[in-house]
Ligand binder design. Structure first.
Ligand code: HEC
Length: 231
């Protein structure tokens, strides 16, 4: 995490009050905080390509009881079933860094605010805030914490792009397309299952040939019939 120079590399504001820096201006002109003492640094993005995943409408949540393996990369705060009923769905993916219990491999509760010396929003001391937060909620805590990257997924049902920005076929149907990481189906133009493509072209070619041949034969026979009728 990059701390603003004013904090002297410690993250602790001199008077405990905390401050904000608003260095991001979004598309509609509104300013957003890029640093808040109580929450850390923020990065924003607009007009992003969504994350696509299989989704059957039900979320699976990582709760305070869920154990995870921090060595396996980012922890998904919510995730999805991929069963026979799932469909491909677009999501916003929020990437966060947060503390976790290093001994038990669970997330932690923090004592954030209050009129006491242990509240994080005042002393900015993760160790104390976690210890008190866990004790208050009667949750076992190993006493050691570290930080993990976490993902939260927000299903997109609004913010559909205007028609000028409608996707072209190659946005999905190409190797580097927006569905390139999604598994479980065959997509023409992306997957290199050569013989299936060739079979497809052959079938298409065959069908065309059939249509032409059929047309030709019909024409020949109708000519014959006309001749016969005339005679
Ligand atoms: C948002 C992503 C996306 C876009 C854009 C898109 N497709 Fe697809 N397309 C898919 C997916 C996913 C499948 C596979 C569906 C399946 O297997 O059930 C598919 C399948 C197909 C298939 C195979 C159908 C079948 O029955 O197997 C064809 C043909 C196709 N698309 C043509 C197009 C054309 C032409 C366009 C542009 C006009 C287009 N697609 C745009 C995602 C997309």
């Amino acid at each position: 995490m990059v701390l603003p120079p004013r904090l002297n590399g410690t993250g602790v504001p001199p008077n405990g009050e905390g401050f904000k820096e608003k260095n991001y201006t979004q598309g509609n002109g509104e300013h957003r905080a890029t640093y808040k003492s109580i929450k850390g640094s923020f990065k924003y993005g607009e007009n992003l390509v969504p994350h696509y995943d299989w989704f059957d409408g039900q979320m699976i949540y990582t709760t305070i009881e869920s154990q995870f393996d921090p060595a396996k990369g980012p922890v998904e705060i919510n995730g999805f079933h991929n069963d026979g009923k799932s469909r491909i769905w677009p999501f916003k993916r929020m990437v966060t860094v947060q503390p976790y219990d290093k001994g038990n491999n669970t997330m932690v509760y923090m004592h954030l605010w209050g009129d006491d010396n242990d509240a994080y929003w005042g002393n900015y001391d993760f160790g104390r805030a976690i210890k008190v937060g866990m004790a208050k909620n009667d949750i076992p805590y190993s006493g050691k914490f570290d930080f993990v990257e976490t993902y939260s997924f927000w299903p997109i049902t609004h913010m559909v792009a205007p028609k000028e920005d409608a996707m072209g076929c190659a946005d999905c149907h190409s190797r580097e397309g927006r569905l390139n990481e999604l598994e479980g189906f065959y997509m023409p133009g992306r997957d290199s299952f050569r013989w299936l493509d060739i079979l497809g072209y052959l079938a298409l070619g065959g069908a065309l040939l059939g249509v032409l041949l059929h047309g030709l034969l019909r024409k020949l026979f109708s000519n014959n019939n006309q001749q016969r009728d005339a005679s």
